[in-house]
Design a protein. Sequence first.
Length: 558
Amino acid sequence: MTPQETPATTDFIREIIDEDLRRGRHKRIVTRFPPEPNGYLHIGHAKSVCLNFGIAAQYGGLCNLRMDDTDPSGESLEYVQSIIDDVRWLGFDWQDRLYFASDYFERLYEYAVRLIEKGKAYVCALTPDEMREYRGTLTEPGRESPWRNRPVEENLDLFRRMRAGEFADGELVLRAKIDMASPNIVMRDPIIYRIKRTPHYRTGNDWVIYPMYDFAHCLSDYIEGITHSICTLEFENNRPLYDWILEELVEEPRPRQIEFARLNVSYTVLSKRRLIEMVEGGVVSGWDDPRMPTVAGMRRRGFTAAAIRDFAAKIGVAKKDNLVDVALLEACVRDDLNEKAPRVMGVLNPLRLVIDNYPEGKVEEVECPNHPRRPEMGSRRVPFSRVLYIERDDFMEDPPKKYKRLGPGRQVRLRNAYLVRHAGTVKDEKTGEVKEIHCLYDPDSLMGTAGEDRKGEGVIHWVSAPHALEAEVRLYDRLFTVADPGAREDYLSLINPDSLILLTGCLVERSLGGAKPGDTFQFERLGYFRVDKDATEERLVFNRVVPLRDSWSKIAAR
């Protein structure tokens, strides 16, 4: 199923849309995904992307991609391009409907002029501190600005002069004239235009006044013919302002704002401000650091678009904020990669194994399926020799009873190859560390022959020493040590020191010599690994996407 072929589903948002269609308010549903290009998209944005495009697809409608670029501070073409790349990678197509709020600056200015002409907006000279004082509190009404009742012509003249650049930043603002006694503080004559001499990444120095988000967003929705403006709960208090602006300035049909709970994921933060702090403070290597909850970071780590879409579908939409366990996202990734990722063998912490009775100089090529349940994915031939490497954890001198790997007197099967029995151990004379183990193999036990049915006490993976390729492996884990770091002001003190463990000297099978950045594999018994963009022909670099199973809950409980 493609992203555009969204299965029929229902929730409170779709119930509202169904009712609007039943009443004839709209003939075709049009939604939009409207990010501000001042950072990279994160998993919360991905949920919104899936919701907006999914609803449009379900109802046979359209979904626009719009950059809400009304604040030039921090906005850039880099962020615009990253947003375009991320939405496209997630699998969604806006066709020719890529819009920018900055394209509407002239029309938005004309709407503001119309509001002044109606006596519904005025130019105010209160300072920011005075404006806060005049605004009142949750229990006390605000006070009217001394400039609230300027004549319309004076307001029009001042607003034109604001646009012409005659006043300093912050000297004047344009405010909507609504109700300073409203119980909703948002409605107490909010600012709708401010002076800001910051060059815009698209319009340069053409403008020195910019519309506030609340003014621009609803009118941009209207200009584009949006029927349902779906946003997160923090905009619920702003909905009366959204509706007021539209009712004052435009005719029906008007867009309808619907709020849903924003996504909060455990062991990470989704505040854009905090993500920017981590990037600029060097806590992470950049927006695409594989530990980041950004779409770019998850893509680089090896999460798939299908898994993220599946995650968004599973969590659905809610009316109240909650904390979603990141383990659900990781499980979606495992489920997807389990079906797609070819199997290979890699050893992260190598221990040398010598088969004493295997002929010196002999090399066999054993047949290894690329996927145990997908014969169409074919197989590969992996060299087998007298000297191998296995995982150090796959040998114990004094193993417990339930240990299903190699130890004194134990016999195990080497994956897709022979049964071997432990025959001796070589230790470092000074440290006592095991340096090498010796085994004897059963030549009649090769997989694919009559002896393959014979069982050992477990199955372990391996690589042939003369044929193995060296690799660097980056083990990524959860970025924070507590489930809800976003609830803490000192969130940076909660960074997990083991969120990145760099392993060098790892060994992988020969077939990975042609692996390219972006290729993803299951390292048998270890997890899913993706070739990182840092890899070259001379240097293999793998990111661990996720382990084969969630062990974090056990670790965190200790």
